[in-house]
Design a protein around this ligand. Structure first.
Ligand code: SF4
Length: 507
């Protein structure tokens, strides 16, 4: 097979995570309580590939880049990282996408801070790049990197040179990658950085349909988010709703490649087809009718808690959707990620005034509780996050978050803390990438989340998420038993804890 543009990534991304998207998060941590090989098996088994080394399922973002290039006549293909070496002698370029190249994004940076150990995703990427840069020195192809984590290369400038990266693309890549590919074919000099600004992102009509299956059948239904939280980069992307025809076409591509489940990707699935922050029944129902027509199961990437409350209060829309999914598809629960972020109305008002809309920020904790109660009733199983160390946070804000987490104890869910890691402020510091002060209140919040998740994780695994995955279930059960055992001694040590500074060192 003749390929000019090899599109790839490392193993942490090129895996279907045993058909469970959430297991992919295991790659954001370092191996603890388990040998590294078992840890890697749990998060990122190798995918099926064809005789040319093309994976049956590949990350959705890479599929979009592949489709954009093929549509414009370039010879491009996604290749599994284990097979890239078969193409490097003749390829013009290797294009690499990633969600978290160097483990500086959440939650990798948090596990790194807390454990002091390098997460698996960074280890895998570094291993892959060391090998690839050796090939580049021999064969001279170009290397272009991009994706949601492109910003991380600012903190790894030396690796741009030592690994021979030619271009870093930051922002949505479907349009600009074609210009870069043409320059490569024409032998023109390449820019070191390309920043795709909000005016240059593709319009909906310029988005190509994927040509091969995406991992776990993920398809994008929206880009951007209307809520405008100050700490979130998604707000920098213009809001676009993907037409149902394109969504259906991509689902059909997945089905024709043997992928019968799907993940609807949006920052807020419940806002599909709405013009503001209030769910719109028509488009949402139609979307799920299309999903139910083609697929056997579906998950949602994210919903907002406010939208869940509005949807249920207005004509029991959420019940209608879940009834449809459970009656027409082969599933009896829906998995989703949700962001709580804070339990403090004061902080919510400052950093995320739109998160609770159409309810005022003062009501945010009540909105969160109501949403959790609704999801519990409707067998929507959330993996929820909240953020510690946000700019402007006071100890009282964290106490409010702890109180909220404790009130959520009765609702089936996982709750995971995130630590806001202010990368930008440390530019110029040579030996440290990030530095965070952990307070007594932060520790209380992490403890509340761990206690909550330890109560619910086993039930969720047994009754919902991993009921048909015995080996994985046993592995994770062992892991949780170890966490429980270790937590009890850590809790004792923390009795006199006041404050501690944690760092991510430059490695
Ligand atoms: S609601 Fe979520 S995706 Fe939207 S801006 Fe806030 S944090 Fe970002």
């Amino acid at each position: 097979m003749n390929v000019d543009f090899v599109i790839t990534t490392d193993r942490s991304m090129m895996s279907n995570h045993h058909g469970r998207e959430f297991l992919g998060f295991i790659a954001t941590g370092p191996p603890i309580f388990l040998p590294e090989a078992l840890w890697r098996f749990a998060c990122c088994p190798k995918p099926r590939v064809d005789r040319w080394g093309r994976p049956v399922e590949a990350p959705y973002g890479l599929r979009k880049v592949e489709a954009a290039l093929i549509e414009s006549g370039f010879k491009a293909s996604i290749i599994d990282p284990d097979h890239v070496f078969r193409y490097v002698r003749t390829a013009k370029a290797v294009l690499i996408g990633h969600h978290d190249f160097f483990a500086y994004g959440p939650p990798s940076s948090e596990w790194w801070l807390l454990t002091g150990r390098v997460p698996i995703n960074r280890r895998l990427f570094t291993e892959f790049m060391s090998e690839l840069s050796d090939y580049k020195r021999r064969y001279g192809f170009k290397i272009v990197v991009g994706g949601p984590a492109a910003w991380q290369w600012q903190w790894e400038e030396d690796k741009i040179d030592s690994w021979g990266i030619d271009t870093v693309i930051e922002g949505e890549g479907e349009l600009v990658v074609k210009e870069i590919a043409q320059k490569i074919l024409d032998g023109e000099p390449l820019p070191r950085y390309v920043q795709v600004g909000v005016d240059s992102v593709p319009e909906v009509s310029q988005l190509p349909a994927i040509r091969g299956a995406s991992i776990n059948g993920l398809v994008e239904i929206m880009r951007g988010c209307p809520r405008g939280c100050s700490f979130c980069s998604v707000t920098l992307r213009p809001l676009r709703h993907i037409p149902l025809e394109l969504v259906e076409k991509e689902i059909a591509v997945n089905v024709s490649n043997g992928i019968s489940g799907g993940v609807l990707h949006s920052e807020d699935v419940l806002l599909y087809g709405s013009s503001g922050v209030v769910p719109n029944e028509g488009p949402l129902v139609k979307l799920h009718e299309v999903v139910a027509k083609h697929l056997r199961s579906v998950a949602w990437s994210h919903i907002s808690l406010a939208a869940a409350v509005v949807a249920e209060r207005q004509g029991r829309l959420l019940s209608k959707i879940t009834d449809m999914v459970y009656s027409k598809m082969e599933q009896d629960y829906i998995g989703v990620e949700v962001g709580i972020e804070t339990g403090s109305p004061r902080l919510a008002k400052i950093v995320m005034p739109g998160k609770s809309a159409p309810f005022p920020p003062e009501k945010y904790p009540e909105v969160v509780e109501e949403a959790f109660s609704i999801m519990h009733e409707l067998r929507i199983v959330p993996a929820a996050t909240f953020i510690l160390n946000m700019p402007g946070e006071t100890p009282e804000d964290v106490v409010k978050t702890v109180e909220l987490i404790e009130r959520l104890r009765v609702y089936r869910s996982l709750i995971v803390p995130m630590i806001f890691v202010p990368m930008g402020k440390l530019r110029g510091q040579r030996d440290v990438i990030a530095r965070v002060r952990i307070t007594r209140e932060h520790v209380e919040a992490m403890k509340a989340a761990l206690d909550h998740s330890l109560i619910w994780a086993e039930r969720i695994m047994n009754e919902f998420y991993l009921r048909d995955k015995t080996v994985l279930r046993l592995l994770l059960k062992y892991f949780m038993a170890m966490v429980r055992w270790r937590a009890s001694s850590v809790y004792r040590e923390l009795e006199n804890f006041v404050e501690k500074e944690l760092v991510i060192p430059r490695v």
